[in-house]
Design a protein around this ligand. Structure first.
Ligand SMILES: CC(C)(COP(=O)(O)OP(=O)(O)OC[C@H]1O[C@@H](n2cnc3c(N)ncnc32)[C@H](O)[C@@H]1OP(=O)(O)O)[C@@H](O)C(=O)NCCC(=O)NCCS
Length: 177
C-alpha cells in the first residue's frame, strides 16, 4: 500500500527539521539547487531557527513540508520577489527518493501555488536548471511552460537555467474542472 502523504506549512519551532531536510536535499541532489551542501553545513542552527520562525508567519515567504506517515520527507519554498509588479516563485523543491513518483512533488507544488494565489498571485514561476531533465519533465507534467527567460546558474556559471511559469486558474476555470 502507498504511504499517505500530507503537506503542512512549517512551524516556528521546526528549525531542526528544516535543517535536516535542506542538508538531505543538498546532499542527495546538489545539481538542483543554488546553494551548496557546504553552505548549509556551515550555517549555524540559529539561522535555521530564524528562517523557520519567519516562514511560519510571513506573508511574503514560506516553506511547506511533506510528510509520509508523519515523517518529514520533502519540502518546497514559496515566495514573492521584490520586482514591481511582484512575481511569485516556488523553489528549493525536494522529495526524498524513497517516496518519489507518489505525487508528493505535485502536492508540494500545488499547496505552495495555492498559498501564493491566496496572497494574490496569478502566475507561479520556477527556475529549473536545463540539465535537470527530471525536474523539467516534472514541471511540464504539472502544466508549467517556458517564459523564454534564461540565466546562468550562479553555483555553476557554465550551466543555464530556464524560468517556467504556470497560470493560476481563475475561479470559473477551476469550477469547470
Ligand atoms: C522533481 C521531484 C520533486 C519530483 O517529485 P515526485 O514526488 O517524484 O513527483 P510526483 O510523483 O509528484 O510526479 C508528478 C508527475 O511529474 C512527472 N515526473 C515526476 N518525476 C519525473 C521524472 N523523474 N521524469 C519524468 N517525469 C517525472 C510525472 O508525470 C509524474 O506523474 P506520474 O507519476 O503520474 O507519471 C523529485 O524527483 C526530486 O526531489 N528531485 C530532486 C530535486 C529536484 O530536482 N528538485 C527540483 C529543483 S528545480
Amino acid at each position: 500500500m502507498s504511504p499517505s502523504l500530507t503537506v503542512r506549512r512549517i512551524a516556528a519551532d521546526q528549525g531542526a527539521v528544516f535543517r535536516e531536510l535542506r542538508t538531505a536535499s543538498l546532499r542527495e541532489a546538489p545539481y538542483a539547487f543554488g546553494a551548496t551542501l557546504e553552505d548549509a553545513l556551515s550555517a549555524d542552527a540559529a539561522s535555521f531557527d530564524a528562517t523557520a520562525a519567519e516562514h511560519a508567519v510571513s506573508l511574503r515567504i514560506t516553506t511547506f513540508i511533506l510528510y509520509t506517515e508523519g515523517h518529514p520527507a520533502g519540502l518546497i519554498e514559496a515566495h514573492f520577489d521584490d520586482t514591481t509588479p511582484r512575481r511569485a516563485f516556488v523553489c528549493e523543491l525536494w522529495v526524498a527518493p524513497a517516496v518519489r513518483h507518489l505525487r508528493g512533488g505535485e502536492l508540494l507544488v500545488d499547496t505552495a501555488s495555492a498559498w501564493l494565489a491566496n496572497q494574490g498571485a496569478t502566475e507561479i514561476h520556477a527556475w529549473v536548471a536545463d540539465a535537470n531533465r527530471n525536474a523539467m519533465r516534472f514541471y511540464e507534467a504539472l502544466g508549467f511552460g517556458p517564459t523564454g527567460e534564461h540565466r546562468r546558474v550562479a553555483r555553476a556559471p557554465e550551466q543555464a537555467e530556464s524560468l517556467l511559469v504556470r497560470h493560476v486558474p481563475t475561479t470559473s476555470q477551476a469550477s469547470q474542472q
